[in-house]
Design a protein around this ligand. Structure first.
Ligand code: GLP
Length: 262
């Protein structure tokens, strides 16, 4: 794991955007795994800016989103499909046929999950996966005790996730879908790079357990300790509980320029 602590979420998001942009410039047909939630919003804003002002070209890029609620039509205002089109896709030159988001209205959900895994494989696998982290340590919607070997499948949200996400549903927990489709942890671990963002003190405990705690399925994000290229972009708030924060700063500060991509 590479822990990159920046002074605030904006600066961290710009650093993460530079990692994504470098990949897309080096590999124009890159396959990106994308996340929703409030955390990646500034990253997506910066990618839109890079597209508009610096010509970052997404015309050959393929994307796969991590997850989607079951039971929300694609055009529902809280579907992750709507989120992605509103906050990124509509503003860049991605080809709609290259966008993949699990279908929360699929008639046969297990079959659609298998097809999703096959589509990732057929695209050549994910080059870079963007991740957030839930306050309970979930990545995608892989809630605590999700199998590290899991693939795209149905999951039931925890009560904590339902409560956390109620803010997007008029603060009303009963409106939050209880089920979702999510890439599995096994799927996420096959991405060639994982880029996880976490901001604010509300994420500090989960970040500490992810980075410095034992690898355990009860803290799904901790599996990233086993990933060969996991970049963790956090702000000071999310870094607040890290025991080795000064060491991570020292490592990052001492990087030679040729190794510093963010
Ligand atoms: C959501 C999403 C995750 C996201 C996480 C954190 O439920 N399924 O992909 O990373 O919870 O959300 P936020 O970034 O809003 O804190």
């Amino acid at each position: 794991m590479e822990i990159i602590i920046k002074e605030n979420a904006q600066v961290a998001s710009e650093g993460a955007a530079r990692v994504v942009a470098r990949l897309v410039r080096e590999k124009p047909n890159a396959v990106l795994g994308l996340a929703t939630g409030s955390t990646p919003l500034m990253l997506y804003k910066e990618l839109i800016r890079l597209h508009k002002e610096e010509g970052l070209d997404f015309s050959k890029v393929t994307t796969f989103n991590l997850d989607e609620y079951i039971g929300l039509p694609r055009d529902h205002e809280q579907s992750y499909s709507t989120f992605m089109w509103d906050n990124l896709f509509r503003h860049i030159n991605i080809q709609p046929e290259n966008v993949h988001i699990p279908d929360g209205m699929a008639a046969d959900v297990p079959a659609s999950c298998t097809a999703y895994e096959r589509a990732i494989e057929n695209a050549g696998g994910i080059d870079l996966q963007v991740l957030g982290i839930g306050s309970d340590g979930h990545v995608g919607f892989n809630e605590p005790t999700s199998s590290f070997a899991s693939r795209t499948r149905i999951k039931t949200l925890t009560q904590q996730t339902v409560a956390d996400n109620a803010r997007f549903f008029e603060g009303n927990e009963s409106m939050v879908p209880r089920h979702c489709i999510t890439m599995g942890i096994g799927t996420i671990m096959e991405a060639r790079m994982n880029l996880l963002l976490a901001f604010g003190e509300g994420k500090a405990a989960a970040v500490e357990r992810m980075v410095e705690g034992p690898v355990a399925s009860v803290m799904p994000a901790s599996i990233l300790q086993h990933h060969p290229v996991a970049k963790i972009f956090i702000d000071e708030g999310a870094a607040a509980d890290l025991k080795l924060a000064d060491y991570y700063r020292w490592v990052y500060g001492g990087k030679p320029d040729w190794q510093r991509d963010a």
